[in-house]
Design a protein around this ligand. Structure first.
Ligand SMILES: NC(=O)c1ccc[n+]([C@@H]2O[C@H](COP(=O)([O-])OP(=O)(O)OC[C@H]3O[C@@H](n4cnc5c(N)ncnc54)[C@H](OP(=O)(O)O)[C@@H]3O)[C@@H](O)[C@H]2O)c1
Length: 433
């Protein structure tokens, strides 16, 4: 019997798209791509923006600058969107789904913005919408949540899901570098963009938390704000304090249950105990740590970016979509659990590390301690360092409500003897959330 032919179009041939074309056109891999369940894969079109750039490895006959026309082709089985951004990527995806063409995308921003609606559109037209590469690049975490852990009650998902910020924090930890120096090195090595805002202010990580949360808990993918704090206020002195206290500072994306029906979703720098598996994730690597009620702790580690690792995850989705086409089925989207509600960020409790620059004069410590006390935040330990203009007080609190700690920080900032507030960082697994 002839194998069915699965016709694939790709929009975008940058880092990910060009690596995907290579994987699909590599003749030594044809046996793997041509399994009976998948059918044979035929690449019928690759759309780019700039038709004048050289495109080594992409057959000229299938190159086009008309992405709109490619996305509207009714003879496609699978359209891959690796352009990025919200528009026109969304329009291309909607156009394909309306024709019943399955879509594979690596676009976290778009999925976090309107994933629920796109998944519904796919379902209505009997098509698949897969986006494994949108979180953790080459790490197959979404399929694990969607399939292997489908029957598990997941209590918490915590991830280092942004390689740029992990590279910067790792440099600050291993070399004692200041934030600005580590950022400049990340930019020189191509790990950070010239405008690093999406990474260092945690927009990118927040989108990934939203996607992880939808599959782990059934929360909606609709661009609802999640609590977000980046790494720009982390200083080398905070990293050094953490080291002495037995912690490493990481930017963590967290989605977790609070009580029976609360979900907390947030991204923030956190002090992670050195013996926690996430503490040993260095450089640009990504990792996702999942705590299941019965499975216990699980962790996935790997390259969260890079053309080839990401294209590998995209290809896995293309083959899944191809198998579904051959067998005449499509995956149903994740189920939204409307009994869940967002737990207010201010109500969460944690141990906090707070660092403040103070004027070196008598009575300062008493005034500062008084403010902690009046806001109901009790101090576990305190360290005083530096002299004169460099004088600094660093505190670890006992378990405290986030809103009380925020009020403390606000009041401290008003004190005449406080020069500036440095970091205010949660301690993970010190109790609370
Ligand atoms: N790079 C990674 O490591 C990584 C990891 C995980 C997920 N992702 C996601 O994968 C997607 C692609 O990332 P990338 O790094 O490959 O991006 P990229 O290198 O910037 O490539 C984007 C591609 O899209 C094309 N393009 C842009 N606008 C277009 C338009 N209006 N119509 C047709 N083509 C258009 C560009 O064409 P020209 O070549 O003509 O400019 C380019 O080929 C993004 O959603 C990203 O978030 C990337």
């Amino acid at each position: 019997m002839d194998k069915p032919v699965i016709r694939v179009g790709i929009i975008g041939a940058g880092f990910v798209g060009s690596a995907l074309v290579q994987l699909l056109t590599d003749s030594s891999r044809h046996a793997a791509l041509l399994d009976a369940a998948t059918g044979s894969i035929e690449l019928v079109g690759v759309a780019v923006r700039d038709g004048s750039k050289p495109r080594p490895g992409i057959p000229a006959g299938i190159l086009t600058t008309d992405a709109e026309a490619l996305s509207a082709r009714e003879d496609l089985d699978v359209l891959v969107e690796v352009v990025g951004g919200i528009e026109p990527a969304r329009a291309y995806i909607e156009s394909a789904l309306r024709n019943g063409v399955s879509v594979v995308t690596a676009n976290k921003a778009l999925m976090a913005d309107s994933g629920t609606a796109l998944a519904q559109l796919a379902h209505e037209h009997g098509a698949d919408l897969f986006y494994e590469a949108a979180v953790g690049g080459g790490i197959p975490i979404l399929r694990a949540l969607r399939s292997s852990l489908a029957g598990e009650r997941i209590n918490r998902v915590m991830g280092i899901v942004n390689g740029t910020t992990n590279f910067i924090l790792s440099k600050m930890t291993s070399e004692g570098s200041d934030y600005a120096v580590a950022l400049a090195e990340a930019q020189a090595l191509g790990y950070a963009e010239s405008d690093p805002t999406a990474d260092v202010e945690a927009y990118d990580a927040a989108a990934k938390v939203q996607i992880l949360s939808s599959l782990a808990f059934g929360t909606e993918l609709v661009g609802e704000e999640i609590s977000r704090e980046g790494i720009t206020r982390v200083r080398s002195i905070d990293v050094e304090f953490a080291r002495r206290a037995g912690y490493v500072i990481k930017l963590l994306g967290v989605a977790e249950r609070v009580g029976e029906s609360g979900i907390s979703r947030r991204v923030h720098p956190a002090m992670v105990p050195v013996d926690h598996p996430l503490a040993s994730v260095h450089g640009a690597m990504n990792a996702v740590f999942v705590e299941g009620a019965r499975s216990g702790p699980l962790m996935w580690l790997g390259q969260g970016a890079g053309g080839e690792p990401t294209a590998t995850a995209v290809l896995g989705d293309v083959l899944d979509a191809a198998r579904n086409r051959v067998s005449g089925r499509h995956d149903v989207p994740f189920t939204v659990d409307d009994t869940l509600h967002s737990f207010p960020a201010g109500e969460l409790s944690s141990v906090f590390y707070i660092s403040i620059d103070v004027l070196d004069r008598p009575g300062v410590l008493a005034a500062v301690a008084g403010i902690f006390g009046s806001n109901g935040v009790s101090i576990q330990s305190m360290e005083q360092s530096g002299f004169g203009d460099e004088a600094r007080l660093s505190f670890l609190t006992h378990l405290a409500k986030t809103s009380d700690v925020e009020a403390t920080v606000g009041d401290l900032a008003q004190l005449e003897s406080v020069d500036s507030i440095g970091a205010c960082i949660r301690v993970i697994d010190g109790g609370g959330q």
